[in-house]
Design a binder for this molecule. Structure first.
Ligand SMILES: NC(=O)C1=CN([C@@H]2O[C@H](COP(=O)(O)OP(=O)(O)OC[C@H]3O[C@@H](n4cnc5c(N)ncnc54)[C@H](OP(=O)(O)O)[C@@H]3O)[C@@H](O)[C@H]2O)[C@@H](O)CC1
Ligand SMILES: [K+]
Length: 459
């Protein structure tokens, strides 16, 4: 059982393909199910505190895992009961059911136990839970001291993170073999509780991963202000937003931050202020140009945006600037570009779509040729080559003005340090999330920008 950080994220189809490969190499569905069920039982035994257990089993292989787990718990001396939504159907699940020598209660009649194991539906869920399942599931989860979902909470669509019906929140979810998008994407992720990956003896790989603590070198004896990273932030109509991004870049560890479009010195004096002259972005030491926070959407702001797009410097584009662009225009730019849209900006730029957030972010990255940070309560970072990084579990208190500007600045700092664009975007998202986690509640964006330094200090 291990934390999600850095682990592959796979769809149901990818998981089935990995399972198939394991079978071709000599394993079988029954063997995998046996492995899974025993591993689930071991975790439940460890975290269940010796309490009695009720295992809910569905008709598919998720239910099969449940029967094996129940038998293993019973063999370990735990008081365990089983209730099923309907009889098992597949060969392996039928065999697993046969391995359970106790009674099988109906969901409607089952009494709660102190530990509930939800093995009703996993990656095979194909429609919303009906009332005959949803109502007892809720009752039994509410009546339990601890609820543990096998693979995903039943009612959650594993690939998209959609929640099909009124699904109760679980305390723990044991992701089998690898994380699925639903463990990171909202609204499903919120229902998973603590997610841990359970090794099931199947090798999985994916071009999508869970965000992990970044590798971001500390200054050394050879460091100076320019080689630590120089960030140029373009100021627009709302000076405060660009100021927040610049402050964030400084506290994320950039060596030199210049605010372009301002000339009067004012605190903080470490922030260099210069006018946005025609050659302001020509300085080859600039490692990242940040444009968009508080830029303004009026025609007058097209000029600085054109200047930024025309420069060959790596670019981070956020906020208002995203409203003045098209994916084709960004793709035509060529050089390194990172876009940081929230849902509204994303829809305006790429169009509203009905795919999963992961699919939409990937599609946007392909179309724009940019790394796309599709931010929100869950954040998907996608690169044009198909790689993706998912970050879930954001602090809800981030939903306040200016925190997006802080993220843009943090990404700018990472990019200016010379990291590849996807890594820089992930490093900024990680730093931002960690700073928010440390601040707790009711913080403001100014504090978040400063708190980046504490998160940076951990690296
Ligand atoms: N991959 C691996 O390596 C391994 C995977 N394993 C496990 O297999 C799981 C996937 O198993 P799975 O494909 O059998 O699907 P699963 O989620 O059990 O449900 C499908 C059944 O439910 C039904 N059904 C669907 N929705 C419904 C609804 N709303 N309400 C009512 N019924 C509904 C549907 O039947 P239908 O009615 O559509 O004919 C079908 O019978 C995976 O999550 C993991 O736990 C391990 O055992 C071994 C290693
Ligand atoms: K489940």
């Amino acid at each position: 059982m291990s934390p999600l950080d850095g682990r592959p994220v796979v769809t149901a189809a990818q998981m089935r393909a990995a399972e198939q490969l394991a079978i071709e190499r000599g394993s079988s569905v029954a063997a995998l199910m046996d492995h899974v069920g025993r591993a689930v039982a071991e975790v439940v035994r460890r975290i269940g505190g010796g309490g009695d257990v009720l295992v809910l089993c569905g008709s598919g292989n998720n239910g099969g895992d449940g029967y094996v787990a129940a038998a293993a718990l019973k063999a370990a001396g735990i008081a365990v009961r089983v209730a099923a939504s309907s009889p098992p159907r597949g060969e392996a699940a039928i065999a697993a059911r046969a391995g359970w020598d106790g009674a099988v209660e109906t969901l409607a009649d089952a009494a709660p136990a102190s530990v509930l194991v939800d093995a009703l539906f996993g990656t095979g869920l194909n429609r919303a839970l009906d009332d005959a399942v949803a109502a007892p599931l809720r009752r039994l989860v509410e009546g339990a001291r601890l609820s543990v979902a096998v693979d995903v909470p039943s009612g959650v669509q594993a690939d998209t993170g959609e929640v099909l019906g009124p699904v109760p929140a679980m305390a723990v979810t044991l992701a089998l073999g690898a994380a699925k998008p639903a463990h990171l994407l909202q609204p499903a992720a919120r229902l998973c509780g603590t997610v841990r990956v359970l090794d099931i003896g199947v090798t999985v790989d994916s071009d999508a991963r869970v965000i992990a603590r970044p590798t971001w070198t500390r200054p050394g004896p050879d460091s100076h202000k320019f080689n630590r990273g120089m960030v140029a932030v373009v100021r627009g109509r709302m000076a405060g937003a660009a100021h927040l991004a610049a402050t964030a870049a400084m506290h994320a560890g950039a060596g030199y931050v210049v605010l372009l479009g301002a000339s009067m010195p004012e605190a903080p004096y470490a922030l260099v202020r210069k006018p946005l002259t025609d050659d302001a972005l020509d300085d080859p030491r600039i490692g990242a140009v940040v444009i968009g926070p508080g830029l303004g959407r009026d025609e007058g702001m097209r000029e600085p945006l054109d200047q930024a797009l025309a420069s060959d410097r790596p670019l981070v584009i956020d906020g208002d600037a995203l409203r003045l662009l098209t994916p084709e225009r960004i793709a035509a730019r060529g050089g390194t570009t990172i876009l940081t849209p929230h849902a509204g900006e994303f829809d305006a730029l790429f169009g509203a779509g009905d795919g999963s957030k992961l699919d939409r972010a990937r599609d946007a990255a392909t179309r724009s040729g940019a790394v796309v940070v599709f931010k929100g309560p869950d954040t998907v970072i996608a690169a044009p080559d198909g790689r993706a990084i998912l970050a879930g579990d954001a602090n809800d208190w981030l939903s306040t003005a200016g925190t997006g500007d802080v993220l843009t600045g943090a990404i700018g700092a990472a990019l200016s340090s010379g990291m590849p664009a996807l890594d820089a975007a992930a490093a900024g998202v990680w730093l931002h999330g960690e700073a928010a986690r440390r601040l707790g509640a009711a913080f403001i964006a100014d504090e978040l920008a400063v708190a980046l330094k504490h998160a940076r200090g951990m690296l």
